[in-house]
Each structure stands twice: as structure tokens, then as C-alpha cells.
Design a protein around this ligand. Sequence first.
Ligand code: C2E
Ligand code: CA
Ligand code: CA
Length: 559
Amino acid sequence: MVDVNQSIIFSPCIVSPATPLAEAIMLMTQAKGNHCPVMLYEEPEVVSPVKSQPTSCILVVENESLVGILTERDLVKLAVKTTAFEKTTVRDVMTSPVVTLFYGEFSDLFIAYNLMRRHRIRHLPILNDRGYPLGLVTLSSLRQTLNLGYFLRFRQVNEIMTHHVVWAFPNTPIVELAQIMSVHGISCIVLVEDRGGILIPVGIITERDIVQFQAIALDLQKLTAEQVMSTPLFCLKPEDTLATVHQKMEELRIRRLVVTGKQGELLGLVTESNLSQVLDPIEIYGILEILQHRVTQLEAEKAYLLQKQGIELHEAIEKNQFELYYQPQLNLTTQKIIGAEALIRWHSPERGLVSPAEFIPLAENTGLIIPLGQWILESVCQQIIAWEKSGLNPVQISVNVSSKQFHQANLAEEILATLKKYQVKHQWIKLELTESLLVQNIDIALEQFNILKAAGIKIAIDDFGTGYASLGYLQHFPFDTLKIDRCFVQNIHQNAKSAAIATAIIRMAQQLNFEVIAEGVETAAERDFLYQHGCELIQGYLISRPLPVTEFTNLLISG
Ligand code: C2E
Ligand code: CA
Ligand code: CA
């Protein structure tokens, strides 16, 4: 934050309201403001204007306090009218009341700047606590002080881009690149292909890409840049404006952009820090101020909504408005349905079918996840028993357990008690947990896990690869199944990065004797790729969407 300093406050030119206008204009054209000899938190002394800096306004004072301001704009307005000049006094044309700022409240330049922007004024009188003008702040003095001669849209990429870019070929081992990055303190490397002597960028590798792989890949040694790099690459031209850079970074959520020439050749790199050097601090501060205000508003709204929706959700549990859907899981080798994931749905009378992605977080925040989780498990148990009674062979049902449910210290006991209550064999239940659980409450989780494991209940780790659970973690936890997250499955056959992650997960699972299942499989190409790389269990729209229980039961009957 920029502090108020003496150079920003000018001593004002002061007249009385009765002053003839002509005299005031004279003063305005001749008088020059000067810097007040003020130090921070000390009232500036008022000195008579001396020649140093042109002033473009006059302050009007009556009975020791400010009553109006006379600016160039007032005078320009006057020029369009045809009043008799000689008879006019300052009082007739001055602007009143005046937007002012008390010296005691002038703690920061942005306060002045924002006041001026909000009220669209160029002059801001600074008053003492008795209302007497001590000085004047002008917009141009502010801008000069903050050194803002430019805006992003008037500046081009070539002014700020880094010309010296470290590049490598895609077949370079990732370990080599990591070394270069750490030795030279570089945060990214551009990957290029040599096409007839011209280096064409094809991808980029950042520190974060490597960290992501370190977290999950078994063998960094075997990976090449090609498998880790981010593609496709969005390239800028040197003559693009910085506004475009800013917009692209926001839109693509990246911090580095490659600059290419006419033939697509590598010219340079623009990074977020290149950009932040030219960002207008005043603009940013203005935006921040608005955002802060909005955040405060939103928080209040959110608290209210949360309370309201929490009540709705509570009623939903009481009124039994939930239903479980079942999404089949297929073994590609045997072509048999080996299980299903239970996925909850809420039929809200007001809102229709509400997605769990929306109300599960709400249930977690309000604590309702505990009774809801209990309802889910009980429903699954009742369903398994119903299948058995009707002579059907049940399949293993995966039940999602929120990490918040682990706040219940006796979760494992509760689960076992529920299974006992319905006399459900433990083999029919599998629990799905996410990586975040392991990172958040490791000790409690481990204890609960061991109880469940000892009772023969299988545990799957959901959304695997999206968090930062590393191999080290996995060895400590007695999991049975790894679920490869949908984001790595999507277009796996075309996306080298997803393919590398997914195959690393599969390899890792095989070595640790975990079962592995891919979720979100939507196309035959994705299925085939996974199968060829050793993953034989899949779940996804390609097999079936989550089904209401009657439809799923029909599927079980028909095999
Ligand atoms: P999840 O556990 O990762 O569940 C998988 C989600 O992916 C489900 O969304 C499922 O319908 C969807 N899905 C399955 N196959 C495909 C596919 O091929 N393509 C696409 N695009 N999506 C697919 P859903 O049912 O909306 O559930 C969303 C999330 O809500 C779940 O993510 C889970 O975190 C949570 N959730 C759902 N049911 C429960 C529950 O009973 N208990 C708890 N604690 N959380 C639940
Ligand atoms: Ca799940
Ligand atoms: Ca999942």
C-alpha cells in the first residue's frame, strides 16, 4: 500500500464566494500550487500559493470552512452560457457541495483515488477536523506518484516477453529436464520439434507437471517429456496486446504462454510475473476493493443460504426424498457385472432432481452427512437382502463415504453394527473413500481402516490421481482397489499425459496387488486402451448410466 506523503498534497488556492469571477479566473490561470510541507500524520501548514505547479481549481471558503470548489469544468460550462461576466461572482458558478476527505482519514492513496473515481472528480480537498481545507489532491498527481503512464491494452507482448527460452525435444527423459530446472532455477521448459531447421513449440512442461508425476508415477526415470508435457499449446504473437495475455491466462488458467513467429517458430515466453510488472496497481486495487466488498456480501448470502438449504436437506431426510441409483461395474475379460456403485439422488419437491455434487458438500458442511450416510448404508443393506430373498445373487455394492463421516470417531463400529443389524455379509460391501481423507485425518483414518479391514470389508480409493496421495501413503493403507479418476480416462487414447498417468496407476496397482478400476469410461476407444494396458474393470456411461434399482435389478436378472 502506498502511504500518503507530502508530495501528493498541494496547498490550495483559496477565495471567498463573493470574489468576482473574473478575478478568480485570473487567479486560476496565474496561481500555481506548490507542495505542502507536510509529513505523514502531521497537519500540513497552509501556505500561500507560490509558483511551482499549475493548479486547475480554486477552493471557496466562507467562515473558515469549505463551501464550494471552482474547477475548469465549471468554467467550461460557463463558456456555453451567455451571462454577463462582470456581475458574476464565484458563488454563482462554483460546485457545491464538494466531495472531500478529512486529513485524519487519509491513510492511504487508494482511498483518495477511489473516492475520485467513484465520484468522477479530478480534485479532492483535504480538510482538517474543523472543515477548513488544508490541501488538495489531484488525479494527475496521484497517477504520477503511482507511475502509471500506461494500460495493458496499449502494450504488446514483445515489450515484456522473455527472449531466452530453455527448450528441449519431446523425447528427452523427464529426469534430465527436472535437473535443468532445479539447477538453473527455471520454472518451465518449452518442448520443440525441429522442422527443417525451425524450432516449433509443441508443448510445455512446468514444475507443477513434474510434481504431479512425482506424486503418482512409480518410475519418473522412464518417462519422457512427451508424456508429461501439457498440450495443446496456446501461442501468442509478439504483436498481441498484454490485455490478450491477461485474458488468456485467466481463461486457460495457466501462468506461462509461448510466443511464436510467422512460421510458428519459438520466439519467447510470457509469464505471469512478466505481466504483473506492468499491471496498473490502481486498477488492481480498485478491482480488489470491489471484490472484497462482493466477497463480504457473498459470505453473508452464503451463510443465509446454507442455513436455509440445511433446513431443506434436514426435511428431505425426514420425508424420505432420497433414492439410490446403481451404476454397474464390468469385468472386461469375463464380460460379467461384478458390482455397482451406489449413487444418491435427491428428489426435491421444489427443485426437482438435485445432483449429489450440489448437496453432498452442503450435507458435509452442516453435519447432516452423518444421518445421510447412515441412511445410504442402511438402504444398500436392505437392497442386498432383498436381492438375496428374491433368489438373486447379489453383487458387491460400493458405498461412497465422505471424509467428514470420519469425524465420527466410531464410524467403523457403526458401519459394522449396521451390517450386523441387516445380516449382510461383509463381502457385499465395499467402501469408497477419497484421497483427501488420507491427507486430512491420517491417524484416525488408519485406526478405523484397520477395524474395517479386520472385519473383511473391502476399501477402494476414489478419484485416484487427483489429489496428492503418494505411493508412500498407499503402502500404509490397506486398500483393495484404486479407482482411476474420470479426468485421466477422458480421451486417454489421444492424450499422452492422461495415458502416462493412467498407465502409471495401473502398473503401481499391479505391483502393490491392488485391484484397479477405471471410472467414467464413455467410449469404446477409451475402454480398449485401458484393457490393453492392463485395466480390466471399468465403470461408465459406455456400460451404463447409474440406474434406478428396478432397472438395475433387471440387468442383474438378465446377466
Ligand atoms: P463419484 O464418487 O466420483 O461418482 C462418480 C460420478 O461420475 C457420479 O456422479 C456418476 O454418475 C458419474 N459418472 C459415472 N460414469 C460416468 C461417465 O461415463 N461419464 C460422466 N461424465 N460421468 C460419469 P454423481 O452420481 O452425480 O455423483 C457425484 C459425486 O457425488 C460422487 O462422485 C460422489 O463424490 C458424491 N456422491 C454421490 N453419491 C454419494 C453418496 O451416496 N455418498 C457420498 N458421500 N457421496 C456421494
Ligand atoms: Ca465414488
Ligand atoms: Ca470417483
